[in-house]
Design a binder for this molecule. Structure first.
Ligand code: ADE
Length: 238
């Protein structure tokens, strides 16, 4: 999968993709992340990419011309499954959306900055608007990194153990159960006996019950959704 990210602060995106799993995914040719500096598409030699908002007191808006130029240049090279705009008034990002996006080949992500981008860009080019939560960031870059991470780790081969993305929290609307490693006893606290038993079916049952219990305690909204979708599971399990 290829992800093109358009930003006026490319430095903000230097870190997240240069380490660990996402770096390995790129080194192995499973993912390509290309960051485009909007300033290279500025309308004049002063590097102008923004201007005052019509009808607002203060605040700058990313101009149509540089953004259009960048998007259309990229579109001339390949077809995009989605052209995403990061904005606090977009659809709230969740695992379901990461799963959908991971089915694509090419994604483009436009990061808003200042007061955002001229609305006509949204109307003409953007196919999906995403918010990473109900708070306002100073730009879309950190959100774009969140999306790229959540999507790329789902691609086959990106994680070492292919099954591990499937057992993540949220993959089936449940939170993940607790995990333990050595030592088996720490500060008087023991790893649950069943996990040491080697009995796979019992371990799977224990993990499922822990998942249910955690979800019920921490995310009653998700728990209800899960139980509604699985009437065969007795409520006492959670
Ligand atoms: N840009 C500013 N705030 C944002 C948010 N919450 N999600 C996505 N992009 C943003």
């Amino acid at each position: 999968m290829r992800i093109d990210i358009i930003t006026c602060v490319p430095k903000l995106l230097e870190g997240p993709f240069s380490h660990s799993i996402l770096k390995r995914a790129q080194d192995n040719g499973l993912a390509e992340i290309v960051v485009h500096d909007l300033r290279k598409y500025a309308i004049n030699k002063h590097g102008q990419i923004d201007d005052y908002a019509y009808g607002y007191g203060a605040g700058m808006v990313l101009m149509v011309e540089p953004v259009e130029k960048c998007i259309t240049e990229l579109q001339a090279e390949r077809d995009y499954d989605e052209i995403i705009y990061m904005t606090p008034d977009g659809e709230r990002f969740e695992q379901r959306i990461a799963n959908q996006l991971s089915m694509g080949e090419n994604l483009m992500i436009l990061c808003g900055h200042y007061k955002g981008v001229d609305d006509r860009i949204r109307q003409k080019f953007i196919t999906k608007e995403i918010s990473i939560g109900d708070y306002v960031l100073s730009g879309g870059e950190l959100g774009a990194a969140v999306i790229a991470d959540a999507v790329l780790r789902l691609l086959p081969g990106v994680l070492n153990d292919e099954t591990s993305a499937l057992s993540d929290s949220f993959q089936d609307d449940l939170l993940a159960p607790p995990v333990f490693t050595r030592p088996a006893e720490y500060d008087g606290m023991n790893v649950p006996e069943v996990l040491l038993s080697g009995h796979e079916a019992k371990i799977a049952e224990w993990r499922f019950e822990q998942s249910l219990q955690r979800t019920k305690e921490r995310r009653p909204d998700l728990y209800q959704k899960f139980m509604d979708a699985h009437p065969e599971i007795p409520a006492k399990k959670g």
